[in-house]
Design a protein around this ligand. Structure first.
Ligand code: FES
Length: 221
């Protein structure tokens, strides 16, 4: 099914590929047999590494990459997490997508969207989308680490938060996390963040951001 912009919508509802229960068969396959899981980092020569935590649940994700300096393709990617089944399955799938067919270039990997991973997993439960983005956030941190180590700081992209509610100091990242945690409406986001209660003038921008993040992560119209 396509949305108004002609983009393919992802199935974020319970799986419909014949799997029983809440997770698709692809998710179960990657959860029970994770690909590229880091068993022992002590002997691994990483060209870049990244670590992120989830504000929604407190879980942590680490990613290591090896990069071919000439082609700037990712030759190998390993990961490790204390996250849940969705984080494990999504990162396992991401590791395959990044390294298959000779490996993505660093810029292709940076442009990988959470929706692309969720689509290959045949959907994830809505409440679990925040888990599925941990892997690609850690990957982007590892890519930045690689560029820093190469002395190419102009290629480092920092995802800094922009203050939206100046009274409560709530950033666009706080709204992003609320949407990833299942908020759909302004009221949902306000229950989680109280955004706009001290500074109502920011509400139109908050509503715009909710639409933007819903579209980004869920393909919502
Ligand atoms: S609940 Fe923390 S990663 Fe899924």
């Amino acid at each position: 099914m396509n949305n108004k912009k002609g983009q393919k919508k992802i199935d974020i509802a319970p799986a419909k590929n014949g799997g029983s229960g809440f997770y698709s068969d692809v998710v179960k396959e990657h959860f029970f047999k994770p690909k590229n899981f880091m068993e022992d980092e002590s002997g691994y020569k990483a060209d870049g590494q990244g670590m992120v935590g989830s504000p929604a649940c407190g879980d942590v994700m680490r990613v290591w990459i090896q990069v071919d300096d000439k082609s700037r393709r990712i030759k190998d990617l390993k990961w490790k997490t204390f996250g849940c089944a969705s984080a494990i399955a999504a990162t396992s799938m991401m590791s395959e997508m990044v390294t298959e067919k000779g490996g993505m270039t660093l810029e292709e990997a940076r442009a990988l969207r959470p929706q692309d991973i969720t689509e290959r997993l045949h959907g994830l439960p809505v409440r679990k989308i925040h888990c599925s983005v941990l892997g690609d956030k850690a990957l982007r941190a590892a890519i930045n680490d690689y560029y820093r180590k190469q002395g190419e700081t102009d290629k480092v992209e920092v995802e800094a938060g922009r203050v939206i509610d100046k009274v409560l100091k709530i950033t666009d990242q706080d709204i992003e996390e609320a949407v990833l945690d299942g908020a759909v409406t302004l009221e949902d986001v306000q229950r989680k963040t109280k955004v706009g209660t001290g500074d109502p003038s920011c509400i139109p921008e908050v509503e715009q951001l909710i639409r933007f993040y819903r579209e980004k992560y869920f393909g919502a119209e």
